[in-house]
Design a protein around this ligand. Structure first.
Ligand code: CA
Ligand code: CA
Length: 293
């Protein structure tokens, strides 16, 4: 016992001596760290633009900012849990170097989601509100908005940004671009969706017959007839087996509900619909299914 205690004490002190040595080393390191931080913080002051974090914007809120030449601004936002979005930007005022209202020059505004460009425009004091078209994305994607004044004059451009989020009932849930991720639909409901730009979106739906019988699918293009927009629908008996009863057919703007032939389905049988190939920019549509005689 005694021998053990003695050994412990000796080792304890020896240890303390070592700690002291470490303390001296530690103090030296702290001094070096302080020096490094001082140099680092100086470089922060010298280059403030490099460390400025992007401001995150909420949806459906109007923000007022100003921008000057040489100080481009970046904002971020997150795509919503449901519905679609569009980005709206308005230049509200422009002041020259003497604080007087100025005209003529434009600011440059670019917006993207998940690296897909959704808005690229120049905006001036008389441009009114410039808006992207409507887009539906999977929830939680990061959007980015870049604003800059590109002309080398000492002007201040005051502008507003609003990221609008509309939430129609029974709205599609992206990503639904494959049969495996199809959105489920039932009778007695009208479903809403948006096809993003041509060749960039397909929306799949799957219907499981609750009873054996005849069913009819209905599609409506919600865009204004004057746009001349159309998109295509295609029926599938199985995930990868097209059905000639709903062939690849266009649904035109301004035509109201377009109805399919009767589709006979046994109870529990699944039937797939693919909506795709919007002609121009985003195209809003509706889809429903009815049991018929
Ligand atoms: Ca879509
Ligand atoms: Ca889709």
């Amino acid at each position: 016992m005694v021998a053990t205690e003695k050994f412990n004490r000796v080792s304890f002190w020896a240890g303390t001596g070592k700690r002291y040595c470490m303390k001296k080393g530690f103090v030296t390191k702290v001094k070096a760290l302080i020096l490094a931080l001082t140099i680092f913080s100086c470089s922060f002051v010298c280059n403030p633009k490099e460390v400025k974090a992007a401001t995150n914007l909420n949806l459906n809120q109007v923000y007022n900012f100003s921008v000057t030449y040489g100080s481009p601004q970046t904002f971020t936002f997150q795509t919503p849990a449901t519905g679609y979005i569009r980005v709206e930007v308005t230049v509200t005022d422009v002041k020259d170097g003497q604080g007087k209202t100025a005209y003529g020059n434009l600011i440059d505004c670019q917006a993207s989601v998940d690296n897909k460009s959704i808005l690229y425009t120049l905006i001036g004091r008389n441009s009114g509100t410039k808006a992207s078209t409507n887009y539906a994305f999977a929830p939680g994607k990061t959007g980015t908005i870049n604003v800059s004044a590109d002309v080398s004059v000492p002007w201040t451009y005051y502008y507003q940004i609003k990221i609008v989020n509309e939430t129609p009932e029974n709205f599609e849930a992206e990503d639904n671009n494959t049969a495996d991720t199809a959105n489920k639909i039932k009778t007695k409901k009208v479903y809403n969706g948006i096809l993003n730009e041509k060749n960039e979106d397909a929306d799949w739906y799957v219907f499981k017959a609750p009873k054996t019988g005849n069913y009819r699918f209905f599609f409506q293009n919600m865009d204004d007839a004057r746009t001349g927009d159309f998109f295509y629908v295609q029926g599938y008996k199985k995930k990868n087996k097209v059905d000639s009863r709903i062939p690849y057919t266009s649904v035109d703007a301004g035509k109201g509900w377009c109805k399919s032939k009767k589709i006979r389905l046994k109870k529990g049988k699944k039937y797939y619909i693919r909506i795709s190939d919007s002609l121009y920019d985003s195209n809003a549509y509706q889809i429903k299914v009815k049991k018929v005689k």
